[in-house]
Design a protein around this ligand. Structure first.
Ligand code: ADP
Ligand code: MG
Length: 258
C-alpha cells in the first residue's frame, strides 16, 4: 500500500507538542507485573501502531491512558493533564480521548443515531438537536448516514465498528485509541474500517492503534511499537521496523504474522 499524499505532506512525527507522556509506568494485577517501566511520548498528530503477542500488555497499556485501568507507579499525562486519582481530572482526560474496542461495545437497545447522541447529551450537556446534527455529521463521515435509524444488531460488523468510531468522534476527542478494531471482523469488512481509520489519520488525528494489520501500519503509522511481556521492546519507523527488526523477539513475532 502506498502512503497517501495527505500523510506524506504532513510532518512524519507530529507537531512536537505533547499529546501523551507516559513515564516509568508500572502496573500489577495482584502479584503479576503486567506493565514494566513503560516510557512513551506521543506528539500531537502522531500515528502509532502497537503490536506484540497476545498477553503482552497492549490493551492494558492503552487502557491506562484513559484510566480504564489504574497503574501503581509512574505517571501518565494526557494533553497536559496529569492522571491522578482526582475524578475531575479523570473526567477531563476521558473527554479528550476516544476509544474504539474490538467488540464495538454499542448499546444494542439504542439506534445507531441514539448511540452517537448519548454521550454528547449526557456528558457534554449538548442540546438534543445539536447532538443529532453532530451524530449525522460523523455518521456521514464514516459513510453510513443511511443506517442511523437502525439498531446495531441490524448492521454488519464493519458497519457497527464504523458506528463505534463515529460515536467516539461525536465527543470531539483530541486523541483516538484503537484496541484491535478489526480483529473481530470478517475479512471482507476489515478494509472499510481501516479506510475510515486512514481517513482520520489524514485529518491529523493523534492515534494509538493496537493492531496486527501491518499494511495499515506501513501506510499510516509514523512509529511502530513492539511489546512483549509487559515491556516496550522495540520502537521504530515502519520501514525500518519491518525490514530491519533489532530484537530476536521482534523478529520471531514478525516471522509469525507476516
Ligand atoms: P494484550 O492486549 O497484549 O493481549 P492484555 O493487556 O490484555 O494483553 O493482558 C496482559 C496480561 O495481563 C495477560 O497475561 C492477561 O492475562 C493479564 N490480565 C489482563 N487483564 C487482567 C485482569 N483484569 N486481571 C488479571 N490479569 C489480567
Ligand atoms: Mg488486547
Amino acid at each position: 500500500m502506498a502512503t497517501s499524499n495527505a500523510l506524506q505532506s504532513r510532518a512524519a512525527a507530529g507537531t512536537g507538542e505533547a499529546a501523551i507522556e507516559i513515564a516509568a509506568m508500572n502496573k500489577w494485577y495482584g502479584d503479576f507485573h503486567v506493565l514494566k517501566d513503560i516510557n512513551l511520548n506521543v506528539s500531537r498528530g502522531e500515528r502509532i501502531v502497537i503490536c506484540g503477542p497476545s498477553g503482552s500488555g497492549k490493551s492494558t497499556m492503552i487502557r491506562c491512558i484513559n484510566r480504564l485501568e489504574e497503574f501503581q507507579k509512574g505517571s501518565v499525562t494526557v494533553d497536559g493533564i496529569p492522571l491522578t486519582n482526582d475524578l475531575k481530572r479523570i473526567d477531563e482526560v476521558r473527554r479528550e480521548v476516544g476509544m474504539v474496542f474490538q467488540h464495538f461495545n454499542l448499546f444494542p437497545h439504542l439506534t445507531v443515531l441514539e448511540n452517537c447522541m448519548l454521550a454528547p447529551i449526557w456528558v457534554r450537556k449538548m442540546p438534543k438537536k445539536e447532538a443529532e446534527e453532530r451524530a449525522m455529521h460523523f455518521l456521514t463521515r464514516v459513510r453510513i448516514p443511511n443506517q442511523a435509524k437502525k439498531y446495531p444488531g441490524q448492521l454488519s460488523g464493519g458497519q457497527q465498528q464504523r458506528v463505534a468510531i463515529a460515536r467516539a468522534l461525536c465527543m470531539n476527542p483530541k486523541i483516538m485509541l484503537f484496541d484491535e478494531p478489526t480483529s473481530a471482523l470478517d475479512p471482507e469488512m476489515v478494509k472499510e474500517v481501516l479506510d475510515t481509520m486512514v481517513s482520520l489519520a489524514e485529518d491529523g488525528m493523534t492515534m494509538l492503534c493496537v493492531t496486527h494489520e501491518m499494511g495499515f501500519a506501513r501506510q499510516v503509522a509514523n512509529r511502530v511499537i513492539f511489546m512483549d511481556a509487559g515491556q516496550i521492546v522495540e520502537t521504530n519507523e515502519p520501514n525500518a521496523f519491518f525490514s530491519n527488526p533489532q530484537h530476536e523477539r521482534t523478529k520471531l513475532f514478525l516471522s509469525q504474522i507476516l
